[in-house]
Design a binder for this molecule. Structure first.
Ligand SMILES: [Zn+2]
Length: 371
């Protein structure tokens, strides 16, 4: 993308993050909690959802500089004096961890949340095959873990004489770190990230997995005690958050769900997500999840009921302009073009269809039980 007017203006990062970073971070956080409570099905499902193509493409473009406008390298009027390299490339682990903590486990350039490599490895062992990983090659890696991989960046690059002193080190995501490479900030027009204070908001880089999960997870033995569940939003807070993004949408959704209560449809709000559940006999499905930022995921968690769910997904998609259904190994997923998530306004287009679609789903589930 060519931003003609401010092309050479100083910037905070090589390319601004897209909203999917935050959505994926929430999913990975919920997945980490699910691992800690040994709900590996749910954890696997969340990790799969966080593996968004759009995130991989975005971060891949930065890291491997696939877009010629990423670097914007400028000719310096005066050659920049580069000092001799200091001897050691990387500081000790304790210092790296203290820098990550100081920076709130967020990239100091683009501001995205980062995930520790050690936590990714624990999740990978707990969920075999769920996290494709090829960091050193231009090859597919898990979209969210690739985009949000934690890294330590030398503000003055090591190759230009940058030291391992704390004030020369900042947390970065892999794309910001490897995208800039060994260039000085001024060579690529980046504002010094140290001029902005770090943002600390409780994100932990999923480091809680390191503290809580004992080593034998890989052998499918028990994991450590469950982490205390972080306080979630109240229903009123969730509605306020949704309405701030999409005015009056929470009332319309609640009214719609209340109208389906006789079909055993219930709702439950968690950290940022409202899950709409449908219960038929012993079968309980999370038919959709609505995030407080308005993104809607259909389905949410329907372990094992993929075939029965297809008719529901198709009916909802038919009622929403430009929506369609695509298949994954475990689901039929309702989405917009390019597999983008629906938002609450898209979903409300299907308001009149929800009840008949739920009835279709009930019939399909009952037929499955009989079959
Ligand atoms: Zn970054």
């Amino acid at each position: 993308m060519l931003e003609t007017e401010n092309y050479w203006a100083p910037r905070t990062c090589l390319k601004l993050p897209i909203p999917e970073y935050e959505t994926a971070a929430e999913m990975l956080s919920e997945a980490a909690d699910a691992i800690l409570t040994e709900d590996f099905d749910l954890a696997g499902e969340l990790v799969r959802r966080a593996d968004m193509d759009v995130l991989f493409k975005h971060s891949h473009t930065i890291q491997w500089k696939l877009d010629p406008h990423i670097l914007r390298k400028r000719l310096m009027k005066e050659p920049v004096a580069k000092l001799a390299k200091v001897s050691s490339r990387m500081p000790c682990t304790e210092l790296i961890q203290s820098i990550f903590a100081r920076d709130g486990w967020r990239c100091r350039f683009c501001g995205c949340r980062v995930v520790l490599a050690e936590s990714r490895k624990i999740m990978s062992k707990a969920l075999p095959g769920a996290i494709p990983w090829n960091m050193k090659k231009i090859d597919y890696s898990h979209g969210a873990f690739f985009a949000m991989s934690a890294s330590l960046d030398h503000v003055v690059p090591h190759s230009a004489g940058g030291t391992n002193e704390e004030d020369n080190l900042v947390t970065a995501c892999h794309p910001c770190q490897f995208g800039r490479g060994a260039f000085l900030l001024e060579e690529v027009g980046l504002i010094d990230p140290r001029t902005r204070p770090p943002v600390r908001d409780g994100w932990d880089g999923l480091g809680r997995l390191l503290r809580k999960v004992r080593a034998p997870v890989a052998n499918q033995e028990s994991v450590g005690p469950a982490s205390p569940k972080r306080a979630g939003l109240s229903m009123a807070e969730w509605c306020a958050s949704l309405d701030a993004m999409y005015p009056a949408s929470s009332g319309r959704l609640i009214q719609l769900l209340d109208g389906c209560a006789d079909l055993n449809v219930s709702r439950q709000v968690g950290e940022v997500l409202l899950i709409v559940r449908l219960k038929i006999g012993e079968v309980g499905l999370g038919i959709l999840g609505v995030r407080s930022n308005g993104l809607v995921e259909i389905p949410w968690h329907i372990a094992g009921q993929k075939d029965a769910f297809k008719c529901f997904a198709e009916a909802i998609a038919d009622a929403i302009p430009e929506a369609s259904v695509y298949e994954t190994p475990k689901h039929w997923v309702v989405s917009k073009a390019d597999k983008q998530l629906l938002n609450i306004l898209d979903f409300l287009e299907a308001a009149d269809t929800l009840r008949p679609a739920l009835k279709l789903l009930r019939s399909a589930l009952l037929a499955d039980r009989k079959g």
